[in-house]
Design a protein around this ligand. Structure first.
Ligand code: FDA
Length: 503
């Protein structure tokens, strides 16, 4: 079959891919975005595009027969997960030994399923993680640009203090403060004006109806409404969905050739295609991009890729846990799914932790305070290639997760002591597990900036090949990562469009 040629191709439509697509389109470069997930714009039989967390159906997860929610049980009961029929659903859980990685699938990538927390890292920690990047320029130019493009806003503090929907957050704040810990408001891309109308009963509920990890039908400014809408608006960008890039190679003339499977709703490959391009941008996310490049180097299609490709991967120190509150400290049956506050103990050099106060909306009072802790776990892992199966494996160990747990436990032991409370043992399966340390929402690294690439995401060993996504971040950023990923992609595109694409 003939190779379909486009000047630029972007793999993936998450944060890194969306920024690349918009800036290429604005520069007048015809660009094709290849996304393995669906375009989420069509209502199902219930009149909604996405299903809720309470009643998940086939739209919830990527080709599964049963959902795999982060919180597996309640009172040790298997009441959370449901049988579903296989379909290209919006949330995937990619399994490796000792670690699984949650990712979004669809036009918008992780923005479709995430909690919307839009946090700019501490400048000093960003500088520590990216010693070769001009930090002042990042905080002057690219972070503000990312926040404004993403539509970041903050909850009205007066409403926050009075609404039943954030009672769970106020209780956790009180308990942190009893332990002498600082809390901080966290911005979000969910439209808080819309949320207040939901609470008032004048808008259809989404964040206030338990919607989040399987998609929000309203309120959230996901990438399909921001960067990607603008990218399509340039007239130069096309998005192909349900097309999965399998391999990358290079033709004799230096252009890139992609082998792609187009799948249908059953996952059957209905067409194999070849695409060609001059400029190739990888935005498949930390595990998507790293798998493609590790496979390309090891299988010999891009043999000159640097040894740094496939290294420097981390979980952003993620650990999830629940605390059991006293009977008088009710968290409320009504909880917004969008987190707005974190316990900020990052400045504690002995044990830096930033813990998001997470919702657990079950429509009943359960006295659980839930958290997603981000710890400064220094452990990193590498990916390897199994030539027999063609699979790419991640070499993360249980001992590496234990480091995150140790750090989270120090902080939450302190909170429990100050409040004479204890952990919940019933949330993460039958084994009385307190700390969920076997999954991450924040996969980072694999093609680290300045190691696998130059200081602008240009992949070492090849020209006109770029990484723009979370694989550039060296395993940890200390806060929720998408604002950082977006800002770094903006910085890369500003440079590349000036230096690499001049006629
Ligand atoms: P991202 O994963 O967004 O996009 C990659 C895209 O590429 C996907 O659409 C994928 O389908 C596609 N793709 C991959 N391989 C491909 C291939 N071979 N061919 C074609 N397409 C391919 N962060 C934050 O800052 N605040 C928060 O509140 C949260 N909360 C949160 C909750 C949950 C449940 C999850 C899963 C994640 C979060 N995150 C978060 C993390 C955040 O969503 C994540 O860091 C970013 O989405 C990563 O952006 P990237 O651009 O790296 O890839």
């Amino acid at each position: 079959d003939a190779v379909e040629f486009t000047p630029a191709i972007v793999i993936g439509s998450g944060y890194g891919g969306a920024v690349a697509a918009l800036r290429l389109g604005e520069a007048g470069i015809r660009t094709l975005v290849l996304e393995m997930g669906r375009l989420w714009n069509t209502s199902g039989p219930d009149g909604k595009v996405f299903c809720s967390t309470a009643t998940p159906d086939r739209r919830s997860m990527w080709f599964r027969t049963r959902t795999e929610a982060p919180l597996a049980t309640f009172l040790w009961l298997d009441v959370v997960n449901k049988d579903i029929s296989p379909y290209p659903g919006v949330l995937d859980r990619v399994h490796y030994d000792h670690m699984s990685v949650y990712v979004g699938r669809g036009v918008g990538g992780g923005s479709l399923v995430n909690g919307g927390m839009a946090v700019t890292p501490l400048q000093s920690y960003f500088a520590e993680q990216f010693p070769t990047v001009d930090t002042a320029e990042m905080y002057r130019t690219y972070f503000p640009r990312a926040r404004s493009m993403l539509g970041v806003n903050t909850v009205d503090p007066a409403w926050f203090e009075s609404t039943e929907w954030y009672r769970f957050t106020r209780i956790s704040r009180k308990h942190a403060s009893n332990a002498g810990l600082k809390t901080t408001f966290v911005p979000n891309v969910y439209d808080f004006g819309y949320m207040q109308r939901e609470a008032a009963g004048t808008a259809t509920r989404s964040a206030l109806a338990g919607e989040v990890i399987y998609g929000n039908n309203h309120g959230k400014r996901s990438l399909d409404q921001t960067y990607l809408a603008s990218a399509l608006g340039t007239g130069n960008v096309t998005i192909h969905t349900l097309e999965r890039v399998k391999s990358i190679s290079r033709a004799a003339d230096g252009t890139y050739v992609l082998a792609v499977d187009r799948i249908d709703d059953t996952g059957t490959v209905v067409e194999t295609k070849e695409y060609g391009c001059t400029y190739l941008f990888l935005g498949g996310g930390s595990v998507g991009t790293t798998e493609l490049l590790v496979r390309a180097r090891e299988s010999g299609t891009l043999p000159a890729l640097d040894a740094g490709v496939g290294t420097g991967w981390g979980t952003n120190g993620n650990v999830m846990l629940g605390r059991a509150n006293h009977l008088w400290d009710t968290v409320g049956a009504n909880q917004s799914t969008m987190p707005v506050m974190g316990i900020d103990d990052w400045a504690n050099a002995a044990n830096p932790v930033f813990a998001e106060i997470a919702p657990l909306p079950m429509g009943l009072e359960h006295w659980v305070s839930l958290y997603l802790a981000i710890t400064k776990n220094p452990e990193r892992a590498s990916f390897s290639y199994d030539s027999a199966t063609g699979a790419v494996k991640l070499g993360w160990s249980a001992a590496q997760s234990a480091v995150s747990v140790g750090m989270a436990k120090k902080l939450f032991d302190r909170i429990n002591r100050a409040n004479t409370t204890m952990y919940r043992y019933d949330l993460f399966g039958s084994g009385n597990k307190v700390f969920a340390d076997d999954f991450t929402y924040h996969p980072l690294g694999g093609c680290v900036l300045g190691k696998a690439t130059d200081d602008y995401g240009r992949v070492k060993g090849y020209s006109r090949l770029y990484v723009t996504d979370g694989s550039l971040v060296p395993g940890s950023i200390g806060v929720n990562p998408f604002v950082t990923i977006t800002a770094l992609a903006e910085r890369t595109m500003a440079r590349v469009l000036v230096e690499d694409t001049a006629p």
